[in-house]
Design a protein around this ligand. Sequence first.
Ligand code: ADP
Ligand code: 5GP
Length: 226
Amino acid sequence: MAGILFIISAPSGSGKSTLVSEVRRLVPGLEFSISYTTRAPRGSEEDGREYHFTTRENFEHMIDAGEFLEWAKVFGSNYYGTATSALDHARALGHDLLLDIDVQGALQVIGKMPEAVSIFILPPSPDVLERRLRNRSQAEGFTDEAVIAARLAQARTELERIAGYKYALVNDVLDEAATEMRAIVLAARGDANAADAAVAAGCLTASHSPKLLAALHSFGVTAPQP
Ligand code: ADP
Ligand code: 5GP
């Protein structure tokens, strides 16, 4: 089966980029949608590779022209959006497409395309999330305390939207999380063996796995009711 839309969201610093790269290494045929954004490129980012970097004027023109499947303002002021053309392109080639988008955008896409496979990635606890955010910013050479505090506060708000996602995956040990995400992809494609299917079923948000409940509890978020 091809042409499946996977939607991935996670609080910043959960390890989503790390996990997605690992899964794309394990499972062939997952095309990555390149979003449009008005934020400036960071570090070694290149236009057309991580994002299509564009101006606010052009982004607003694209909104008016109805060119986005979804768009949102993320972290205050910058626009981010998925062009409908990315989806059309993947469909024409029969490829599965992976959208790495925030909760606001994900809920728009889930509303329009309920058949999409939505996956929320959680960090195991606020302490681990804070450590990962700090490690990453140290590696980038600069730690902005206000940014770390804002991202931790934002994480809890995002976790409160988890009920809208079909799957919830706790990124504690990377290999385990990658195995789980691989199983979800194979199950969606109808390619899962019995063991993979059981792993994927255990990641359904509604299955309330002990790992999921523990992570939600550590953030003070109530588990979603089925
Ligand atoms: P995101 O894309 O969700 O913002 P990153 O993939 O940039 O997050 O990961 C944030 C930091 O956490 C990085 O320094 C990364 O190496 C580290 N990291 C990611 N996953 C794990 C994991 N399972 N265990 C330990 N560290 C991790
Ligand atoms: P960053 O600036 O760190 O690359 O991304 C910030 C946030 O924007 C992440 O949560 C990421 O998932 C989200 N994001 C990236 N592209 C899109 C997009 O096209 N649409 C929406 N709604 N969010 C996006």
